[in-house]
Design a protein around this ligand. Structure first.
Ligand SMILES: Cc1ncc(COP(=O)(O)O)c(C=O)c1O
Length: 390
């Protein structure tokens, strides 16, 4: 890392942050530019001390430690931890804050897997969760209880691309000593750094924009050093640590995050603008459009509007089936945030357990397509959508 008195830019941190200086004995010619993969479960331990014990399940593998430091720098956090998946990150992050009998206030607008974790798994261990409409004025405050320990929200929201204003929740958590936990997966630290807006904890599914290449599952939690130590204890005993190779792939992906996310942002804006003018498309959900209900919040809070958008086809489910069969560049796949453009239909992924009426009430009617805009030539992406939507 360059030594300088001025703040280091995000793209420099993404490339070099967290790399410890090589041992003094290392000669210039022996120092690799790329962190080697330490595909080893065991490391020789010093006699007579527990200090420096390395074991990947403990989060102390060398590849894990490099990305942990780098992600902490990118989010402006004291410390970070990488885990085996985004779900592992959310579960351990919240289990480190909550005990049986505690209460969690959570936004009702959350990823389907997180919804299941909070409403089914947490209920089974005696943690009570209240889901709140995050746009309701004073909604968080009204539902606060003596047992409430934390507020959890996701922004931008999967799959509706709504943007949640952090201010009401962060005012309340600061006033009452609660923790504000934000899943910032859709944004990445290039577009949004929640700790700068009053959050205490940031969660990522690194499977998405942070890795960015659809080739490694992972999750991350960022916060204070003492809190991250609590999360690490949960990760160790619940067995949620990542493999060294997944950490290495995450480090490699992170190197290009700044240029990738800027391109995702640009391409998505172009596609959203194109989609707004099409008669076959009833609604476009993209926070960078002035027509979006959260445009003002997005403009104030985000540094980029993101690579995710959604469209609602006027022809409903049948039109979606036809369009998906015709697409050639876009691929039909459930995940998001990588360099290749993907399209998915919540009625066959996260919201398959709901009836068409329930989906419609949740703002995801049949004919709703979520687009994860990649970094291909945007003219090719638009042309493919255009020939498929007709
Ligand atoms: C916003 C959000 N959080 C968490 C997750 C879970 O991440 P993972 O699939 O890496 O467990 C996802 C997955 O789609 C997501 O979209």
């Amino acid at each position: 890392m360059p030594r300088t008195s001025r703040p280091i830019g995000l793209s420099t941190l993404a490339l070099h942050g967290g790399v410890e200086p090589p041992p003094a004995s290392g000669k210039g010619g022996d120092i690799p530019i790329v962190t080697p993969i330490y595909q080893s479960v065991n490391f020789v331990q010093e006699f007579g001390t527990a200090e420096g014990l390395r074991y990947p399940r403990y989060g102390t593998g060398i590849n894990a430690e490099v990305v942990q430091r780098r992600l902490a720098l990118l989010e402006g956090a004291e410390a970070g931890l990488v885990l085996g998946s985004g779900m592992g990150a959310t579960a351990c992050a919240l289990l480190a804050l909550l005990r049986p009998g505690d209460h969690l206030l959570a936004s009702a607008w959350i990823y389907g897997g997180t919804h299941q974790l909070l409403t089914q798994e947490f209920a089974a261990v005696g943690i009570d969760v209240t889901l709140v409409d995050p746009t309701e004025t004073r909604g968080w405050r009204k539902r606060l209880r003596r047992e409430t320990r934390a507020i959890f929200l996701e922004s931008p929201v999967n799959p509706t691309c709504r943007v949640v204003d952090l201010r009401p929740a962060s005012l309340l958590t600061q006033e009452s000593g609660l923790a504000l936990v934000v899943d910032s997966t859709f944004a990445s630290p290039i577009n949004f750094r929640p700790l700068e807006h009053g959050a205490d904890v940031v969660i990522h599914s690194t499977t998405k924009f942070l890795n960015g290449h659809h080739d490694a599952l992972g999750g991350a939690v960022l916060g204070t050093a003492s809190y991250i130590e609590e999360v690490r204890q949960k990760m160790m005993v619940w067995g949620q640590a990542p493999d060294p190779f997944a950490c290495w792939l995450l480090e490699r992906g992170l190197k290009t995050i700044d240029v990738r996310v800027r391109r995702h942002n640009e391409n998505a804006m172009r596609i959203a603008t194109w989609a707004e003018g099409r008669k076959e498309i009833r609604r476009v959900h993209y926070p960078g459009l002035a027509s979006h209900p959260d445009y003002k919040v997005a403009e104030a809070q985000l540094e980029g509007f993101g690579g995710m958008l959604a469209i609602e086809l006027a022809g409903g489910g049948k039109a979606a089936d036809r369009m998906l069969r015709r697409l050639k560049v876009w691929q039909h796949a459930p995940s998001l945030g990588g360099v290749d453009s993907l399209v998915s239909e919540p009625r066959y992924t996260s919201h398959t357990h709901l009836s068409p009426e329930e989906r419609s009430r949740a703002g995801i009617p049949d004919g709703f397509l979520r687009l994860s805009v990649g970094i291909e030539d945007v003219d090719d992406l638009v042309a493919d959508l255009e020939q498929a939507v007709r």
